[in-house]
Each structure stands twice: as C-alpha cells, then as structure tokens.
Design a protein around this ligand. Sequence first.
Ligand SMILES: [Zn+2]
Length: 468
Amino acid sequence: MAIDRTISLRLVETRRLAGSGPLHPVDRVQQAVARANEIYADTGIEFRIRSIESHHMPHLYKYVRDKDAEGCSHGRNFCWTWADVRDELRQVFPNAPVDAYPDDDHKSAGYWLIAMATFYSDPAEILVWLVEESAERSGAAGPRTGRMVFVNQPDIWSTEFDIPTTTLGHEIGHFLGLKHVIDSSLHPGYTHCDRWDEIFIPGTPNVFFSSREDARCDDPDVRYIMKVANDNSQISVLGAYGPIQITLNGTVYQASGSGVDEELKGIFRATGSVHAPPNSWGFAMNAMPGEFPVDPLDGHIPRFFSDSQLATMEDFLTNDVEFDAKYKNLWLTAAGDIPVGAIPGSLTSLRSRLGARTFKVNSYQLVVHDKQRPYDFQGQGVRYPDAQIMIWTDDGRLFRLFFLPDDEALVQHYEPQPMRANVFLFSRQYQQCVDALRNDAPLYVWWDAVAGDFYLSSNQELPGEGES
Ligand SMILES: [Zn+2]
C-alpha cells in the first residue's frame, strides 16, 4: 500500500528586521525538504517546493501561542490586533481583504499565523512557516485543529553535523494526522487498533498485533510500546550506533542492523536511508518518536513511517474532517464569524485536496528575457530586498525575484552563474507575481534595457517582438 501524492510546499520565512537575510541559505531549506522526501520515500508521498519566500513581519516573526483560549491582551506576549498585523499578513495572503477581520480583533502571533493559513492558504499545498523565533520549537496544526506547519528556523539544520534535520518531515507527519509513538491519545473516531503496530498487551507472553482487524487491540489493557519502555527507562543503546534493546514486561526485544524483532516492527527497521554524518546508523527509527531520552536517538537517525501510520495518513488525505469547536473559535473573528473572503470549506481539514494540483514550473513557466547581454552586476554590492520569491524549474534553473522599494533605481537582472538568474522588480509588482504563481499561470518577466522598463506578462511574446 502506498499513497500516491505529490504535495507542494510553500515555505514562508518570517523576518524580524527589514534588512536582515534569512537565517539559512536557500540550499539548506532545499536540503531539509530533500530530507523529508527521504523519510517519506516508502509512503508514496513526495514533496515539491512551490516557493521559498521571505517576508518582513515585525509583529509576527516569532511563534508565540496564547495558552489561554479566551484571548490575549494587546501588546503583551506578542498579542496583536488585526490592524497591527494585516499588512504583514497580506504580503503572504494577498487574497485576504483589508477587512478580513475587524481592526480591533486580536490574537497571539502564533494564532494569527495559524488562522490566516487556515482561512486563506491554498488547500492544494502545505504552508510551512519558517519562523525566525519560536516560544515552543516546531509544530503543526493537526487535521482537526487547523492548516499549517511551522518550523523554528534553527530546527531545520543540525549545526553539530552540518546536515538537515528530520524536523520538517516529522512536523508534516503531525499535519497528516500522526501522533508521537509514545503518545497514547487518539484522534476522535480512532481506536488503538488504528495504531496496531505501536501497541501491545502486557502478559506472558506479551501480545502484539499485525493488523487493524485484530479484535484484541481494543482491549483496555493495551499499552504503547515506547511509552512503557520510556516511562520505565527500559530502552538501552548498547553501542554508539546500536543495537537497541527494549524491555517490555521483563522480555527483551532488539533492533539493530542485523535484524529487528518482529514485535518492534512499528518502531524500528533494520535499514533506513543512511544519512551522513554520522553515516553508520544500522537501523531506522520511527519518524514520530516524541521525547526520546537516549542519545544517540537524536534527530539524525534514518526515519520511516510504520504501516499503521501510513494507513492513518491515507485516511486523513482521503476524508476531510471538521475542526474541533475549540480551535474553530480560536481562528474565527471575535464575534465568531468566518473572516471575510475565506476560502470555501476552510473549517474542515481540506487535506483531500493536498496534491490535487501540483505547482508545475518548467523552463517556459517563467522566462527572463533579456534584449541585450546580461547586466554586469560586479561591484554593485549586496542589496537586501523587501521581498523575494525563488523559483526552481524542472531543468534545474533558479530564478530569484527581488522586490525593491518602488522609488529605487532598478538593477535589471544578472546571472551570477549558469542556470541562475536574479531579477529585480518593484514592490508594487509583488502581488502580481504572487497571484500569477498562485494560479500556476505562466509568468514572463521581460525587461527592456533601452527603456529601462520591466514587463510582467502572461503573454509569451513582448508586444512588438518578432517585428523588424
Ligand atoms: Zn512532534
């Protein structure tokens, strides 16, 4: 069984300072997505980058959630009114009208990020906030709570090993309905049988399950393998890279590169996609561990999803569920209304639409047409744009669109290396670009060096082109 979905990711970096660059170079974000694709390789789900964007969001750069669902008090702990944040958010969601919420409606920064992604992001893709700071590391809105993933920027990269972490793939797992393997709670409508390869019934011998259909998994004595092992400190790592021994009710089970006891098949596999460094992992571990205390069970070990997790993801990708009332209330206006202009169906998970439309960029999707030789950018110095959009084409070309203040003299475009082009546009053209990209329309960027002018157009030919 495998799911066949190609899902676009829209990665949106929040920036505190207008002049600062993103924390990570773009290739690190790309590598984090590649890492997620390694983890999902066996599931049939593949992620493609639709865009990596960076926005100046001085009120919202930090993910802070109000623990109190009743609301927050203005200005304290990143609690902002719609009037405070609407311009920042409408950079990301130009489809949200100015009056989406009443001006004095207020939410904590994290809740604005979830609410807006829930009501205004494209259901065919996953919006991933790459927040500059977070009060609580990284996370995701689960299928019954909202639509968005957020990753604290430092979390996507292991500075210790200089490799991408598994965090992005893990958080998307939550987005698709998965719990940690040490978490025994269930989504409404699900039973422990739906997590058959993560559970057992203590006994002599212990009882394990090989399918959802086994009636015994509904027994009140069902326990979660990793929760029991973790609570009782019954996990041992015998060498730097394994094997791992798990003791359950007095019986020892093992996982190593030479084999994994059948009972642990939902938690460990003998082989995974080996990732370096360290490159000698002999086994792979479930992608949704939760808080594992044992070094080196850290974020860099190869990961996989179990068969029961795959079934759960398939469920949530097939059947849309309503959000829980508590969460609906957090995202609605203070008066309890759906904000103006919200996308249809935005109070349900809409995950059935994920991957329904992939963002197809190819060599003719975006064309930078230069009427003369590329502008020599040498000696121009580093510039920090207000906003930028990056577009990768299927043949490996990268276009970076920089949006400069409307009153600046435009540098036209330059190509720092083959297959790479930087294009400078005015901020007033930003929305046109975003709209064009959102609609998957071909977008042509033309510049006329003689007139010093730019054209954004859906026409393949500049007016007058081809005449002599
Ligand atoms: Zn988690």
